[in-house]
Design a protein around this ligand. Structure first.
Ligand SMILES: Cc1cc2nc3c(=O)[nH]c(=O)nc-3n(C[C@H](O)[C@H](O)[C@H](O)COP(=O)(O)OP(=O)(O)OC[C@H]3O[C@@H](n4cnc5c(N)ncnc54)[C@H](O)[C@@H]3O)c2cc1C
Length: 322
């Protein structure tokens, strides 16, 4: 069985930052990633543009050069991939961690390929794997997706986009511009306040001119093969429909965290218990890094403000070593 000072679960931007820092500080480390390098970013919409400027997405001050101030997804893939390959980081791709158990001071990590032991673990598994479900009849139909890729797919189709935040608004605007007949279904009274400041006026203008039909204070009651039924303060409305993009957010894998013994707050935020000075959770030697630290508050942590976790964690691990 291979043994490490540190095993990092998740090869997203923050897991990679942890691996790079561990390598620089001479720790014997391994990153385990269930998909390709930065799997979440790889699965983001193909034309996605970050709200952060490129220097704020940099790891360890390695320059991130992008054509525009705010980089596109493909540029971020280039950047993080080059960090992994140029620094020859020790990363196992397409390998999923299935369980982590602690016995004495040692963790045993079981993946779908191998078993390892480690003195320390970083969990940097993000939140993008588990969508928030609508829990309505028809949600499992093949025409419904919780992930948006490319607008071309929806051209000349009747598309319902559910949600009011950046992902939903970007999808609605892009698909409208590629010829979809877009209905936007929003649970609250308005387009989300956190929508990018340069995108919000665009969607509001498209709604006001009638190019995109918005249903405010509305929820989806049922999805059928060729229609959806929504409920608004005015009552029930049936819309003809070919595809549904339910972009209602994502959540960390709380079951996985609880199985590892990490305490979660009892309220709806489900905040994991960790010390912000060290990023160590209530399980000694088990650290949290990146967006997973926010529990259900998935907007609280992002690359820009969580890339510092890597240095904090590695410094603490080093301070414990003889
Ligand atoms: C549309 C969109 C736009 C965004 N724009 C910005 C922005 O402009 N600026 C910004 O700072 N942030 C932005 N974010 C947020 C940012 O992408 C995330 O905060 C960031 O990806 C978090 O990095 P992470 O490494 O914590 O998690 P992730 O990037 O989600 O990485 C987690 C990794 O863990 C892997 N994994 C999960 N479970 C396992 C397992 N059991 N075994 C092995 N591997 C596993 C996953 O495959 C994944 O690769 C955006 C997010 C979205 C959705």
């Amino acid at each position: 069985m291979k043994s490490f000072d540190l095993v990092i679960v998740g090869g997203g931007p923050i897991g990679i930052a942890c691996g790079l820092e561990a390598k620089k500080k001479g720790l014997n480390y391994l990153i385990i990633e269930k998909g390709p390098i930065v799997n979440s970013l790889f699965n983001y919409p193909s034309n996605m543009q970050f709200f952060s400027s490129s220097e704020k997405l940099e790891i360890d001050d390695i320059p991130f050069i992008s054509k525009e101030a705010k980089p596109k997804r493909d540029e971020a893939l280039e950047y993080y991939r080059r960090i992994v390959t140029s620094n020859k980081l020790n990363i196992h791709l397409f390998e999923k961690v299935e369980s982590v158990n602690k016995s004495g001071d040692l963790f045993t990590i079981v993946s779908d390929k191998e078993t390892y032991t480690a003195s320390n673990i970083v969990l940097a598994t993000g939140f993008y794997d588990l969508p928030n479900h609508l829990n309505v009849t028809g949600e499992d139909l093949p025409k419904v997706s919780h992930y948006y890729g490319n607008p071309h797919f929806y051209a000349s189709q009747k598309l319902a986009v559910i949600g009011a935040s950046n992902s939903a608004i970007d999808a609605a605007l892009e698909c409208y511009r590629k010829g979809s007949d877009v209905s936007l279904i929003i649970r609250g009274p308005e387009v989300g306040k956190r929508v990018k400041y340069w995108v919000r006026p665009d969607i509001i203008n498209r709604i006001e001119e009638g190019s995109i039909k918005a249903y405010y204070n509305s929820i989806v009651k049922e999805i059928k093969e060729d229609k959806i039924i929504i409920v608004s303060p005015e009552g029930e409305t049936t819309l003809e429909n070919d595809f549904v993009l339910a972009l209602t957010g994502y959540r960390p894998n709380f079951d996985f965290l609880e199985k590892l013994g990490i305490e979660l707050s009892e309220d709806e935020k489900r905040l994991p218990n960790y010390n912000p000075d060290t990023m160590e959770s209530n399980v000694t030697g088990l650290y949290l890094a990146g967006v997973i630290c926010g529990g259900m508050e998935t907007h609280k942590w992002f690359i820009e403000n969580s890339r510092i976790h890597a240095k904090i964690i590695v410094k603490h691990i080093q301070s414990k070593q003889p």
